[in-house]
Design a binder for this molecule. Structure first.
Ligand code: SF4
Length: 330
């Protein structure tokens, strides 16, 4: 099934009302890749609606990235006389505040009644089999259909679920894809059960795969013990919700104290093409998933800030690099 064919609630009436409320003439639509075609169609229909009312609005599609609510484009478009940004697919983060008016449209999953009843049935069956009530995690898209289960909404880099809460309990991720539940597997180093409400399929992230992942990451740290780095690139992303400046400053402090040469690098989008420097390793103060999921595409060793801390402290008990409010200046 193509993502465009899934029943998503793009809240058109709310969008129209917000445009009217802001008396907006130029509106920017930002959303992740998978929603861009839906947004394109949405723009056409909303323009038609306003023309029918004798009102001219310019609705512009943001063609750049939108990896999360950490990646809002207010800085890039603030000189374009945009009156309002509509950000689709995420909810606001406390550490990623826009300088321009911005409205978040979470894009809730909105299946028909029959499919919804099937989902509820499936979930109740899973829950019946559990001795202890499991922890249910999801993403913002599925929060509405799961409200009776009081799920925890997670990001790929952050969750309010802690060790104490998952003691003696299973973790069930209800949502699509593996990006978000992998965070749970990395953080808690255990198997995660997955249920996809769109396909109604079950799967798992298996413990052996989590162990393999941890072994690989410990290997990257171990490499630095074998060949201590002479120079490290410390990279800070300018994306609002990835700009972990306090983490960046602390790393530089440590490098100075340890007398390790470094080059601080600031950029927006981190990619293999942008990290071309003469260093032995990079520490990325940005989205931790760039290191964990994409390191294979980079020529040099990449470390998350937590992994760097592990290297410095000679600690081999793997710690997932979670993004926290304290990472930012506010
Ligand atoms: S920092 Fe990474 S994982 Fe976290 S919200 Fe942004 S893109 Fe997602």
């Amino acid at each position: 099934m193509k993502i465009e064919d899934i029943m998503w609630d793009l809240e058109r009436n709310r969008v129209i009302n917000e445009i009217i409320k802001y008396n907006a003439k130029r509106v920017l639509f930002q959303g992740p890749e998978g929603l861009k075609r839906n947004m394109e169609r949405e723009i056409e229909d909303i323009v038609k609606y306003f023309r029918g009312k004798g009102r001219d609005v310019e609705l512009i599609l943001w063609g750049g990235s939108s990896f999360g609510a950490c990646d809002i484009c207010d800085i890039e478009v603030k000189h374009l006389n945009i009156d309002l940004i509509l950000h689709y697919g995420h909810e606001e983060l406390p550490y990623s505040k826009s300088e321009m008016p911005i409205i978040y449209i979470p894009v809730y999953y909105s299946p028909d009644r029959e499919h919804l009843m099937g989902i509820i049935n499936d979930i109740n069956k899973i829950l019946k089999k559990q001795e202890n009530l499991p922890i249910i995690a999801t993403t913002i898209q599925f929060k509405k259909i799961l409200r009776e289960y009081n799920p925890t909404v997670i990001l790929g880099c952050r969750t309010n679920i802690n060790e104490e809460m998952v003691k003696d309990k299973d973790i069930i991720y209800i949502g699509s894809g593996r990006f978000h539940p992998l965070m749970l597997a990395y953080k808690f180093k255990r198997e995660i059960t997955l249920y996809n409400p769109i396909t109604r399929n079950y799967s798992k992230i298996e413990k052996k795969d989590v162990d393999k992942f941890i072994k690989r990451r410990l290997g990257a740290i171990y490499k630095l013990h074998i060949h201590p780095p002479k120079k490290i690139g410390v990279v800070l992303s300018t994306k609002r919700g990835q700009c972990r400046i306090n983490v960046f400053n602390n790393i530089i402090k440590t490098l100075r104290k340890k007398n390790i040469n470094y080059v601080p690098i600031v950029l927006n989008n981190i990619s293999p093409e942008s990290l071309i420097y003469d260093v032995d390793a990079y520490i990325l103060c940005a989205c931790p998933r760039i290191v964990l999921d994409d390191h294979i595409n980079y020529k040099k060793v990449l470390l998350t800030p937590k992994e760097f801390e592990m290297y410095i402290n000679n600690n081999f008990n793997y710690v997932f690099d979670e993004v926290f409010l304290d990472d930012f200046i506010y």
